[in-house]
Design a protein around this ligand. Sequence first.
Ligand SMILES: C[S@@+](CC[C@H](N)C(=O)[O-])C[C@H]1O[C@@H](n2cnc3c(N)ncnc32)[C@H](O)[C@@H]1O
Length: 361
Amino acid sequence: MDFSTNENEENELYHAQIHLYKHLYSFISSMALKSAMELGISDAIYNHGKPMTLPELASALKLHPSKVNILYRLLRLLTHNGFYAKTTVMKGEEEEEKTAYALTPPSKLLIRGKSTCLAPMVQGSLNPLALDMWHSSKKWFNEDKELELFESATGDNFWDVLNEDSDKLSLFQDAMAADSQMFKIALKDCKHVFEGVDSLVDVGGGTGGVTKLINEAFPNIKCTVFDQPQVVGNLIGNENLNFVGGDMFNSIPPADAVLLKWVLHDWNDELSLKILKNSKEAISGKGKKGKVIIVDISIDETSDDRELTELQLHFDMVMLTLHNGKEREKKEWEKLIYDAGFNSYKITPVFGFKSLIEVFP
Ligand SMILES: C[S@@+](CC[C@H](N)C(=O)[O-])C[C@H]1O[C@@H](n2cnc3c(N)ncnc32)[C@H](O)[C@@H]1O
């Protein structure tokens, strides 16, 4: 066997190995994040009010002494990944300097009870339901059926599984509601979008997380949350916010504006077209002044921000495998919007990794 290589080839090989292993084990980073969330590490540091030493943290988390060193190693990875920061605090009568762990902006997103808490999103996304199906991807590729990976692996449709199990449905709706809280921050940058709007229907609006924020910011807008009857059936609104159950593929209640946040990415082009056409019908009473407001990802593969693009491409895989849906590039949005009979549109990236897409008749 010939093992002779030159120095460049060796370097390339070493880098290739690092690259491959990094991706092979990146699930460890996801799972370490889940462990941190389930243990409540961020809550403990937050409740302590200042950075915590390892023994303080282990004691607050009520860990068995045999697990303290394991906690240290978990924190070492999470600190490397930017979730916690190492600092020093003075401890004991001798005022000795000790290493302590502090929160960082990403780990603050795990603090329970805060409006920006994304713990339910971590819980929902790293659920065995969403992970186990990946072991069947080879079978999926070799099938000649147009099924999403989830259905190919489990024999069930994702939405049916949620609708038949109230615990799973709540887990999903809690994750959606958590993500929606970020909308509050974005709302101040897109006030103009709601100007002149007297009524709005939030299609696939879940338990109303986003609509409630719009309602708080614009109390004069009459808002309707429109979702499946099993999601909104028991929810109670108020004078300016009501919940209506129905099927967006049949018809959508009329309003000046239709909001579709994180809805179209769940569906393929054919079904998204149906939703958009029904949305156009719903806003037709307002003539040219009606609008559809989409909040979804617009992928830009040419962006210099590789981390952002990678996240968007990961979301695309999630949509593909769970729902046969897709995250779209600008040209795909354009085709969908014009095919649905709209006249113009405007894409503005305002929600971190998502965009605001205003669509006009
Ligand atoms: C990904 S979630 C988005 C929820 C919400 N817009 C948000 O961003 O938090 C998609 C929503 O579409 C709803 N949905 C699915 N099929 C529907 C249908 N046929 N008619 C109305 N809503 C539907 C689901 O129940 C779910 O609440």
